[in-house]
Design a binder for this molecule. Structure first.
Ligand code: GYE
Length: 348
């Protein structure tokens, strides 16, 4: 944080100096003061050099935090893609607080970055800061999670996951897995959901209900938010298992929470993947390994490697081009019925 701040103020200073000297230079040229021209040419030469460097794109990125291995991979992907493209990245970690994201975005506006990109931790509450960016003429790219806004024109476009579809995939798997079940003994499902108010938690819940919600052969017995944290997945599962063991399936919105829940099951002698069928989202290596061991039954990929796409869209925006309003990344589903040896190392 302090590194960026210091670089930022240094750069801000430089930008101010540039426009100051540019103005004076143009003024003197206009007045035709030939003698003084030589003196100012020194500054002009420096100005030209600096301007060439300044032509490089500056991208301000507000990440929500480091809550999961998925998020770590997402951050690496963005940093690597920016470095490969020679784009200057101002990266801020909001430590799971929307107010920190708003502060970071405001600092990017003050810095006059070329493009702002951010992962909205929750859907609501962005309109004011987006208006500030719009008034400053800075295009905004939203990534990973979606927002709800009164004015869709406040941002340029979105790239990220299709959480609704991920939820549907989880439903399809359970439909297939429990195809023999009748409505007399419905499949009892525990849902551990993601951060409340986040578009991905809403989408994963909605998509799932679209498929199993009105089917009498399925019953969602409880839905509790584990904030995408492994520790909370563990706590929730331990708590529930003290009340009941009558659970057929766990639908968990991310692998971190799933792995925590698996620890809790094992502690009380429940066999994950057998006594309780498990569907999880993200496809971290640890979840794929659990799938291979038979402790998880279905893993729905959520693709965190969006860095190259974010950078290419940012470049377009910096050039004043328009980008698609909505782009979903490609994602796969891995189940216990697949050839699991064919799954390439995940890298997260
Ligand atoms: O599934 C989870 C993370 O927003 C899609 O956030 C992302 C989710 C991802 O922490 O692991």
């Amino acid at each position: 944080m302090s590194g960026i701040m210091c670089e930022r103020s240094r750069n801000n200073g430089r930008r101010c100096m540039l426009s100051y000297w540019k103005t004076i230079f143009i003024l003197l040229l206009t007045l035709g003061i030939a003698g003084t021209f030589t003196t100012f040419r020194i500054f002009d030469t420096r100005t030209v050099q600096e301007e060439t460097a300044d032509e490089g794109i500056i991208l301000g990125f507000s990440q929500i935090g480091a809550e999961s291995a998925w998020r770590g991979c997402n951050t690496r992907s963005i940093k690597e893609a920016a470095a490969n493209a020679g784009i200057q990245l101002l990266f801020e970690n909001a430590e799971q607080k929307q107010e920190n994201q708003i502060k970071a975005i405001r600092s990017f506006i003050v810095y006059q970055v070329d493009v702002i990109a951010f992962v909205p931790i929750v859907t609501d509450g962005w309109d004011n800061i987006l208006k500030e960016a719009k008034n400053a003429g800075i295009p905004v790219l939203i990534t990973d999670r979606k927002i709800t806004t009164a004015d869709e024109n406040l941002y340029a476009g979105f790239i990220g996951t299709d959480s609704q579809q991920e939820g549907r995939e989880a439903g399809y798997f359970l439909m297939q897995k429990f195809r023999q079940r009748s409505a007399e003994t419905p499949v009892k499902i525990l849902e551990i959901s993601g951060t409340e108010g986040s578009s991905v938690a809403v989408g994963r819940a909605d998509g799932f209900r679209e498929v199993v919600g009105s089917n009498p052969r399925f019953e969602i017995i409880n839905s509790i938010s584990g904030d995408f944290l492994r520790s909370k997945g563990y706590e929730i599962m331990s708590g529930i298992l003290k009340e009941t063991r009558d659970i057929d399936a766990l639908y968990s919105h991310n692998d971190g929470m799933t792995l925590g829940a698996i620890d809790a099951m094992k502690e009380v002698g429940i066999r994950p993947g057998k006594d309780i069928i498990i569907v999880t989202i993200d496809a971290e290596q640890a979840a794929i390994d659990a799938l291979k061991r038979g402790e998880v039954n279905c893993v729905i990929e959520c693709n965190p490697k969006t860095g190259p796409a974010i950078i290419s869209l940012s470049r377009k925006l910096a050039k004043g081009e328009t980008i698609p309003r909505l782009q979903h990344v490609q994602e796969e589903v891995f189940t216990e019925d697949d050839d699991l040896d064919a799954i390439a190392p995940r890298g997260y």
